[in-house]
Design a protein around this ligand. Structure first.
Ligand code: PMP
Length: 405
């Protein structure tokens, strides 16, 4: 499919609505993406035609739902180039996937083992590990970043030692847009025998990670950032880790045999999928991946880079503008403040003009502490945004500045 942004926009019913009397300009894509009709239709089709519980029914509807759910798992495997479909575990999202792995490591880590996080993580890739440290006595180390919002790799190398058991970093920072050098991070961690978890919540809507090539141990993401529904995601774990880690939750679906004396567990992926899953969500996640691949990640990246470049240039023309996250490898997120104005006030005024941006700490308070600010205004672009929408944002920010100065 050739890249025609107007044609693409027609796939998204929500993009034609108005907010406060203005056409909606949706620039909060890092929080969640909008859904094309192909995904919405998939959800309607599931509930209209073959809603049933999966994996245990012999009746036709149950088999149809099981087939569609497992076909979606396979599609997701192919998309991310994992070796086996059973290495792809359906979760409720990134947060769930991280907690599942952290829980598993509570049986692996010992007192004084070390685990490493980066300075630019979302709270969901910090808090579960702090809880793990409290439980096990392991020590949390932090890779620092510089003023540009780029990780200091020399410092990372100094942190690594035989004591390091696990490194967990995001692929792309939701608050800054920085793309982290995860291939290098993974290779260096493996040199000392540490495993790596990559939080791909922000990356998978922009680029297509190749899990085998990365040789990553764990990879997590959420469907809702990729034009799919909320409440569903994927945790990839290498087969060896899947066999090593204990189950997270007990219940139906995850067992081989249950007696009151002893229960044995199912193999991968079911060992980690207790209870009735988000069946419709899992199937619609596959539809979202089809949709993105039909557009093509090269075209997506090219268009989004154009939006980023244009937005950065235009916003920097405003006096008092400061952009956070100015490194060379960046995706389409512009996090900014205007001197003397609270980000919340800018967000509120631009919303009156139909423009959706995010304000606050973006669940990344350590980044805000680093820059000594309460928060930022964050405009995050998707492939369905246009240069005209960037103009609307810039004009609205100028207006807000005039009103607030
Ligand atoms: N990590 C990053 C980098 C994120 O941007 C987000 C969502 N904002 C999460 C983790 C958490 O994702 P979810 O809320 O879908 O579990």
């Amino acid at each position: 499919m050739s890249f025609d942004v107007q044609k693409i926009r027609n796939d998204f019913p929500i993009l034609s609505r108005e907010v406060n009397g203005y056409p909606l300009v949706y620039l909060d894509n890092a929080a969640t993406s909008q859904k094309p009709k192909q995904v919405i239709d998939c959800i309607v089709d599931y509930y209209s035609n073959y809603n049933a519980n999966i994996h245990r029914g012999v009746h036709t509807l149950s088999q149809e739902a099981t087939d569609a759910y497992e076909a979606s798992r396979k599609k997701i495997q192919t998309h991310f180039n994992a070796k086996e479909a059973y290495e792809m575990i359906f979760t409720a999202g990134t947060t769930h996937g991280i907690n599942l792995v952290a829980n598993g490591f509570s049986e692996i880590l010992k007192k004084d083992d070390e685990i490493i996080v980066s300075a630019m993580e979302h709270h969901s890739n910090i808090v579960p590990w702090q809880m793990l440290c409290e439980k096990t006595g392991a020590i949390l180390r932090v890779i620092p970043m510089n003023e540009e919002g780029v990780l200091i790799m020399e410092e990372y190398e100094k942190l690594l030692s035989k004591k390091t058991k696990l490194v967990f970093v995001n692929h792309i920072s939701n608050a800054l847009g920085t793309i982290n050098p995860i291939d290098e991070i993974i290779a260096k961690a493996h040199e000392v025998g540490a495993a790596v978890l990559v939080d791909g919540a922000q990356s998978c809507s922009h680029i297509k990670p190749d899990l085998q090539k990365l040789d990553v141990d764990f990879f997590v993401t959420s469907a809702h950032k990729m034009c799919g529904p909320t409440g569903v995601g994927i945790l990839y774990m290498k087969e060896e880790w899947g066999n090593k880690l204990p189950p997270y939750q007990g219940g139906g679906e995850m067992i081989a045999e249950v007696t009151f004396e002893k229960t044995t567990y199912a193999g991968l992926p079911h060992k980690f999928e207790a209870g009735t899953p988000n069946i419709c969500g899992g199937i619609a996640f596959g539809a979202a991946i089809d949709y993105l691949n039909d557009i093509g990640f090269e075209a997506i990246e090219k268009h989004e880079n154009e939006l980023l470049k244009y937005a950065t240039e235009k916003l920097l023309e405003i006096e008092g503008m400061k952009i956070y996250g100015t490194g060379p490898d960046k995706t389409s997120v512009v996090s900014f403040n205007i001197e003397g104005i609270h980000p919340y006030d800018i967000g509120t005024i631009v919303d009156k003009l139909g423009i959706a941006v995010r304000t606050g700490h973006h669940c990344a308070q350590p980044i805000m502490d680093f820059y000594k600010i309460p928060g930022t205004v964050r405009a995050s672009f998707a492939f369905y945004n246009t240069l005209e929408e960037v103009d609307a944002l810039v004009n609205a920010v100028k207006k807000a500045k005039m009103m607030l100065s």
